[in-house]
Design a protein around this ligand. Structure first.
Ligand code: ADP
Length: 242
């Protein structure tokens, strides 16, 4: 059975008077592409923070491939094959784009670690997939913001995660870069990686997601197939007006 099954049970987190996660029980199945939608402030980012160990839940459990990972640190979670794009450190600006991909293995500058041939090959494949091959030997500080987003996705992909969490990966990028991001996501997903993506653009969600979860006020309003969920009146009510 493929890995990458992520589930939460009764996750709750309050900030003062705000219940940012209210008894959240969700399942992301191995190999699916899952969209998370909901109005601003509905708890989407908090859910990722709780899953990745950036925030500790007040109560509830997070399981990854059956293992209880609640309260683990982000690096411990990442080592188990669950990564979040922005959790990958910002590009090393003084390294080239290619070196940034390779540094996921070497841990940065001057580690003295020899990079295996297959890692070089994987980096070259990703540079091609993400259309970064033309800027592969430029400093990461010299590429556009959209290209930096692609590089961030590439760095996450270098880790060959079982499951990747993405927070609005196409926000603020031009249409050409958006297409690249989406095709890279599809490719990762076709390769068996579970993809969970927060996305406000419903046409993007409909395009890539098998199933979606709708959050509202920290609660799960519903989870299911895209077409079923989007025809639900409560979803329209919660989602329209954002
Ligand atoms: P979304 O990602 O859906 O926009 P968030 O998860 O960012 O929603 O926020 C959910 C609610 O929790 C919001 O009301 C937000 O203000 C609050 N919140 C999130 N993180 C914090 C924090 N670190 N401290 C205080 N309040 C927070």
């Amino acid at each position: 059975m493929p890995g990458g099954r992520l589930e939460t049970e009764g996750l709750t987190k309050t900030f003062g008077d705000v219940v940012a996660a209210d008894d959240v029980t969700v399942t992301f199945e191995p190999g699916e592409c899952h969209g998370i939608i909901g109005p601003n402030g509905s708890g989407k980012t908090t859910l990722f923070d709780l899953v990745m160990g950036f925030q500790r839940p007040d109560s509830g459990v997070v399981r990854f491939d059956g293992e209880d990972i609640t309260g683990m640190r982000p690096d411990q979670v990442a080592r188990r094959g669950l990564v979040r794009t922005f959790q990958i450190t910002a590009p090393f600006e003084r390294l080239t784009v290619r070196e940034n991909l390779l540094s996921v293995y070497t841990g940065g500058l001057g580690s003295g670690l020899r990079v295996p041939t297959e890692t070089h090959e994987r980096a070259a494949e990703l540079l091609d997939l993400l259309d970064l091959d033309r800027v592969a030997d430029h400093d990461a500080s010299d590429i556009s913001g959209g290209q930096q987003k692609l590089l961030e996705l590439g760095r996450a992909t270098m880790l060959e995660p079982e499951c990747v969490l993405l927070d609005e990966p196409t926000a603020g990028v031009n249409p050409a870069i958006q297409d690249r991001v989406l095709s890279a996501l599809r490719e990762m997903n076709d390769g068996g990686t579970t993809v969970v993506v927060i996305e406000h653009d419903m046409s993007v969600v409909g395009d890539i997601a098998d199933r979606i979860t709708v959050l509202d006020g920290g609660r799960v309003l519903t989870q299911g197939a895209f077409s079923t969920v989007t025809s639900d009146e409560r979803v329209r009510d919660a989602y329209i007006g954002t």
